[in-house]
Design a protein around this ligand. Structure first.
Ligand code: FES
Length: 397
């Protein structure tokens, strides 16, 4: 292994600490450093808004006070964003994870995170953001989180990034950061979109292809009935043969890793195609988004929600095509959440009666918890009427 791959994480960590503007005091520095790198909540405001496509906008979020710096992050991280309900002032906001789309260098230079938000069918939170976020609006976010990052000690020297729709947002940050700071790594990005004007960050990727032609290549794939706007754009699905073509971009004697980010339906399809290439699971990393499911025409289920340690209960209706967490939020019941992919465990509840199904196994659900009846509502679709229990006063992280 090249020596720089072992040293790179140390340089990366020093770079992140420098980005906080943190100055090491004479003593007692650890709590201050922890708060600078991992603040529980960051108070930001919308500084500017950029329209990326007919359905998508990027919001640049800066600290509310001019003294503060944003917490540093690794490319590929996400923020849990608090989205207030404008009709219910004073109520607990709903949390949504959004990948940071600018690179750590860009964010540092502007002291602002970029989060890119696309409206899709049924995405009532994205609609609320588009309707209410304008320059000057206050937004609270978590510290940067997640593991969808490129690690020099773990990951291969050729990476194939596969993005569906706004799943390309973490890749904008990853591509820019890897090309700037990780030598000898080549990247192939397969970018899928439903319409020609929905290829997000098109100009940015074109410029990177021109400036780093041997290290970065993009393949665009158009689904739906639209005519491709460029001859180079493929039509249809991300198939095994397209993945094999992407692999050829790397050095033949070196391994390659897949990073996949997109809606659940794309994950299902792409996972099958990657499996056909006989890739071991450790070579595949995935980031879900839009895992709220989609409303369906099937009959609705009822969910009885009990609060632990209390006598009262609430009954709500749930669409079988949407996750239990979304059903709770639609009914105005706020359960703390962060990753919304079943990984962090913050939304954990207890299933007392009924059945749920996980379209993708929740990676953070421990076997012992499952045996005790716990489940992750953010990743579970109701399959019958349910009775569940949630903490009366859930602990925020
Ligand atoms: S929000 Fe992370 S497991 Fe549900």
């Amino acid at each position: 292994m090249q020596r720089w791959r072992i040293a790179a994480p140390l340089f990366q960590r020093s770079r992140m600490i420098r980005r906080t503007g943190f100055v090491k005091p004479a003593e007692g520095s650890i709590p201050a450093l922890r708060d600078a790198v991992h603040p529980v909540l960051q108070h930001l405001k919308v500084a500017r808004v950029v329209t990326e496509s007919p359905s998508t906008k990027t919001y640049y979020l800066k600290p509310s006070d001019t003294e503060s710096r944003i917490a540093p992050f690794q490319a590929g991280a996400y923020l849990s964003v608090n989205v207030a309900d404008e009709d219910k002032a004073g109520t607990t906001p709903i949390r949504r994870p959004y990948s940071i789309s600018n690179t750590p260098d860009e964010a540092q230079a502007e002291n602002a995170y970029a989060v890119t938000v696309r409206i899709q069918p049924g995405s009532f939170i994205a609609e609320r953001i588009h309707r209410t976020w304008e320059p000057g609006v206050s937004v609270d976010v978590s510290d940067p989180q997640g593991y969808f990052t490129y690690e020099t000690l773990r990951d291969a020297p050729h990476v194939v990034f596969i993005a569906g729709g706004s799943g390309v947002t973490p890749f904008r940050s990853l591509v820019g950061d890897i090309l700037a700071h990780v030598p000898d790594v080549s990247i192939t990005l397969i970018q899928g979109a439903s319409a020609p004007d929905e290829f997000l960050f098109d100009e940015d990727f074109l410029n990177r292809e021109k400036s780093e032609p041997t290290r970065f290549r993009r393949i665009t794939v158009l689904s739906g009935e639209n005519e491709a706007q460029a001859e180079t754009t493929r039509r249809g699905f991300i198939t095994t043969s397209l993945l094999a073509e992407a692999l050829n971009h790397g050095k033949a004697d070196q391994p390659a890793d897949f990073f996949v980010c997109g809606p659940p339906a794309m994950h299902e399809f792409v996972n099958r195609e990657i499996t056909a290439l006989s890739k071991p699971p450790r070579r595949i990393r995935r980031e879900d988004y839009g895992g709220s499911g989609q409303p369906s025409n099937k009959p609705r289920y009822s969910i009885v929600v009990r609060y632990s340690g209390r006598d009262d209960e609430v009954t709500i209706q749930a669409d079988p095509g949407e996750t239990v967490l979304v059903a709770l939020e639609r009914a105005g019941l706020i359960v703390p959440s962060s990753c919304r992919t079943g990984a962090c465990g913050i939304c954990r509840g207890r299933l007392l009666e009924g059945d749920v199904e996980y379209p993708a196994p929740p990676s953070g659900l421990r076997k012992a918890d499952e045996l005790e009846g716990y489940f992750h509502p953010c990743a579970a679709l109701p399959q019958s009427d349910l009775i569940m229990e949630i903490p009366a006063e859930p602990a925020e992280r």
